[in-house]
Design a binder for this molecule. Sequence first.
Ligand code: FES
Length: 72
Amino acid sequence: MSTEAAPERDQSPPTLTLCPGGPMIVRGDVVVQDEDGVRHRSHRGVSAVCRCGKSALAPWCDGTHKLLPGGR
Ligand code: FES
């Protein structure tokens, strides 16, 4: 049995930032439910959710938006 205390988790709600021509940046733990009802969980401190619909890693951004007209 470990005597180490579990690391404290940030209990504040995630914050969202919409990037023009790009993804939605999420700071904090997040669950994204896709159009098929599949839930994708991220425990990364920062995640990028695809908004262009072209990512091969959906629902996460893979940078493909940069190749699209208006993508940055
Ligand atoms: S927003 Fe980046 S790949 Fe879709």
